[in-house]
Design a protein around this ligand. Structure first.
Ligand code: TYM
Length: 336
């Protein structure tokens, strides 16, 4: 059965998170919030992409711990196992297998143009080959599930474009096999910036402890970090991401958590102090239930393990069919 036949079904959503650093506000506003809305409307699969974590140095025990914690994070952020399929990437071997076919579809030149590879490899003396071929594995993740829609933050846009290019090239070369996925970015806060270095995106707290709001930060920590967020000296309330990146980041976050437009937020304040106070309150309101659910779910590891097991079972049922289609398309001889 070709990819076209799958269009008759419900829109399929796939997305993933790498279990490297602690989960932070960028993950929440860029990804999780979209996911929890999507699961009410679409057929959703969400994955802890542990194979991707091997592209950088990570202690094995730490990887296991973070894989589990990331799954807890999904639930805490409002992803419901009754509505969505949650699983761990390495539990479904088809990801690694399709990844090789993707590596043989994407070109070396395309991979060298990936800005995230340049950023992450630039200062290092030794770079793992997997960091370079990462977009091929990511394409495999998405294409295995015939995903129509991939909700991610802005930083993943280039990887999504290459996944689309790979799908189109493969279909042209071997016949209709994969669904070509669409990227879905959130309306606001598609790129949450670091509070201390607003020219950089918010990422792991290990790299910038005061610039990153972790999902589990206490109300005091949130308030402290927002109050100390870098703005500018002219004190003029205006949305100008180029000239006033720190303020623009705060305004976007406020719009994202309150559902107001950025213009509306700008109109509501004359000074930075009150904006920061209200933003800290609004963030706490959004993150408090996440902390509470985290407490609840992390107390039952057995339950999480069995949920992930069921998720992997369901995911493998879909992935095995797509992989068989792809292997057949490229001419790999089936077992007799
Ligand atoms: P990762 O683990 O770095 O991030 C997970 C999700 O969080 C979003 N995100 C942000 N959004 C807004 N502002 C930020 N500062 C911010 N930081 C992170 C990311 O855009 C992402 O949606 N390569 C991916 C994981 C992946 C994947 C996939 C995603 C592997 N396979 C297939 C989608 C589909 C990554 O490293 O995301």
């Amino acid at each position: 059965m070709g990819a076209a036949a799958y269009h008759a079904r419900m829109t399929r959503v796939f997305s993933g998170v790498k279990p490297t650093g602690e989960l932070h506000l960028g993950n929440y506003l860029g990804a999780f919030r979209q996911w929890s809305a999507d699961q009410r409307e679409f057929d959703c699969l969400f994955c802890v992409v542990d194979l991707h974590a091997l592209t950088v140095e990570i202690d094995p025990a730490e990887l296991r711990r973070k894989t589990f914690q990331t799954a807890v994070g999904f639930l805490a952020a409002g992803i419901e196992p009754d509505l969505s399929t949650l699983f761990v990437q390495s539990h479904v071997h088809e990801h690694a297998e399709l990844s090789w076919i993707m590596e043989c579809t994407v070109s070396y030149g395309e991979l060298t143009r990936m800005t995230q590879f340049k950023d992450k490899s630039g200062s290092k003396t030794s770079v793992r080959a997997g960091l370079f071929t990462y977009p091929a594995l990511m394409a495999a993740d998405i294409l295995l599930y015939d995903a129509d829609r991939v909700p991610v933050g802005e930083d993943q846009r280039q990887h999504l474009e290459i996944a689309r290019d790979i799908a189109i090239r493969f279909n042209n070369r071997y016949g209709e096999t994969f669904v070509v996925p669409e990227v879905a970015l959130p309306r606001f806060a598609a790129r949450v910036m670091d509070l201390q270095h607003p020219e950089n995106k918010m990422s792991k707290s290990e790299d910038s402890p005061q610039g990153t709001i972790d999902l589990l930060d206490s109300p005091d920590e949130i308030r402290h970090k927002i109050r100390r967020a870098v703005t500018d000296a002219d004190g003029e309330m205006r949305f100008d991401p180029e000239g006033k990146p720190g303020l623009a980041n705060l305004l976007q976050m406020m719009a994202a958590v309150t559902g107001r437009s950025v213009d509306d937020v700008v109109d509501g304040y004359e000074q930075y102090g009150p904006l920061k106070d209200d933003l800290a309150d609004a963030l706490d309101e959004v993150l408090r239930p996440v902390r509470e659910r985290w407490e609840l779910f992390s107390s039952d590891p057995g339950e999480i393990a069995s949920m992930l097991d069921q998720g992997a079972e369901k995911a493998a049922g879909i992935a095995s069919k797509t992989l068989a289609r792809a292997k057949d398309a490229v001419g790999l001889l089936p077992r007799g």
